[in-house]
Design a protein around this ligand. Structure first.
Ligand SMILES: NC(=O)C1=CN([C@@H]2O[C@H](COP(=O)(O)OP(=O)(O)OC[C@H]3O[C@@H](n4cnc5c(N)ncnc54)[C@H](OP(=O)(O)O)[C@@H]3O)[C@@H](O)[C@H]2O)C=CC1
Ligand SMILES: O=C(CO)COP(=O)(O)O
Length: 381
């Protein structure tokens, strides 16, 4: 058999056609972004036998990766496998690549697309490793990439995966989503979702395949905002009940946004939604949870992370998520609360008190019941 054995998802298929069983892995991979997640994904791909070119903008770090086989700045404790070549030359990184992983912070993605356009091999699949929604346009990152780089299949790899655990080979799972058609499903050798999944499948890294790119992307973008809320609450001294409530209600916000944009609710209950939400909202390893925690303890924003610049996607994405939700009429009270505290100077405790005293609603939302909350009525009288 050519490539790894592969069981495709059980989805309706025209009668009489054989189930696809195999897919050809990509063998030459470019990973753009030499930070923690780009390096971890490069390590996963290299561990399956791929030749990986890992691009970043700092020559000293590229040299350290090539000579010491460690990312000395971002993941100093993790030895990297053979097969990763770090470079600062974009044209070289992309030359002959069969698949490209985009793993710089979401706010740099449009610029990144412009930089890579002249060097991209024709039709090469582009896989998002970053998580977010673009500010201003409200575009999912896949839509941004499709606009800037037409003619390439665009997908996302997303799930509950801390880079520092993935790179050390702790068993991890993620979802690889591309929108694909029946035709794609029936020609597995050519489907980017299938090919990318076998490419990234190792003893420790287990990708699942999805065709709900919207649902997967919404999970990755919204979970970071909810993780900031969880961090704020724990930092402010609230306990586990509060965190669990935020996770469950945060998932409801995710579901509604995903569905309003054409994604599926069940995707939100999978790895890229519930899985990543649970991980990110449960550990101070998460930069999003950690930022919230420090703010909840009363540490001023500029002193968080000891004043170091750290990528916190939920901070910028609180703006884009809330803007998008307002534009399309989806109510996201937890994201609104985080947005108000981070970007409108709202007081943390009174914002959370107000969140808990909102009108009483039904669960699920579909029943559309709203009752005045006694606490908020008392405030009015
Ligand atoms: N870390 C994790 O566990 C996971 C992260 N992600 C997502 O991956 C994305 C990247 O995060 P992560 O790798 O963790 O972040 P890091 O902070 O570890 O690394 C960021 C990387 O992006 C580079 N970068 C920053 N700004 C620019 C720019 N303007 N142009 C080009 N490169 C730039 C940095 O380069 P330099 O060093 O030169 O500043 C660095 O290589 C985020 O969207 C994050 O949500 C997803 C899953 C897991
Ligand atoms: O996305 C992540 C894990 O899946 C990483 O989360 P943080 O960016 O909050 O560290």
């Amino acid at each position: 058999m050519d490539g790894h054995a592969l069981n495709m998802p059980k989805s309706p298929r025209p009668e009489g056609l054989p189930a696809p069983r195999s897919a050809r892995p990509y063998r030459r991979i470019a990973v753009l972004g030499m930070g923690s997640w780009g390096t971890a994904l490069a390590a996963v791909a290299a561990s399956t036998g791929c030749a990986v070119r890992l691009w970043g903008r700092r020559a000293a770090l590229a040299d350290a990766i090539n000579t010491q086989h460690r990312n000395t700045d971002y993941l100093p404790d993790a030895p990297l496998p053979e097969g990763i070549e770090a470079t600062t030359d974009l044209a070289y990184a992309l030359k002959d690549a069969e698949a490209v992983l985009l793993v710089t912070p979401s706010r740099t993605l449009r610029k990144m697309c412009n930089q890579i356009r002249p060097h991209l091999p024709q039709g090469v699949p582009l896989v998002l490793g970053c998580k977010g929604i673009e500010q201003g346009t409200g575009y999912l990152l896949s839509a941004l990439v499709e606009e800037e780089l037409p003619g390439h299949p665009v997908g996302a790899l997303s799930g509950p995966t801390f880079a520092k655990e993935t790179v050390l080979g702790h068993p991890s799972a993620a979802t690889i989503a591309f929108e694909f058609t029946y035709k794609d499903r029936l020609t597995p050798q050519d489907s980017p979702a299938a090919r990318m999944s076998v490419t990234m499948s190792s003893a420790a890294f287990r990708p699942y395949i999805s065709d709900d790119l919207t649902g997967v992307e919404i999970g990755g973008a919204v979970k970071n905002v909810i993780a900031i809320a969880c961090g704020m609450m724990t930092g402010a001294g609230f306990a586990e009940n509060t965190r669990a409530a935020l996770i469950a209600r945060g998932m409801d916000e995710m579901k509604f946004l995903a569905e309003a944009l054409g994604g599926r609710r069940e995707t939100v209950t999978g790895l890229s939604g519930a899985g990543d939400l649970t991980l990110t909202c449960s550990s101070l390893t998460s930069r999003n949870m950690s930022l919230g925690h420090q703010l909840g303890q009363g540490i001023p924003r500029e002193q968080c992370f000891d004043g170091k610049k750290v990528v916190v996607e939920g901070e910028v994405n609180a703006v884009s998520v809330v803007d998008l939700a307002r534009r399309i009429g989806v109510t996201m009270p937890i994201c609104e609360a985080v947005h108000a505290i981070l970007h409108e100077g709202a007081d943390l405790s009174s914002t959370f008190v107000a969140l808990w005293s909102r009108p009483i609603e039904s669960e699920p939302r579909a029943l559309s019941i709203q009752l005045d909350h006694p606490a908020s009525q008392k405030e009015r009288t």
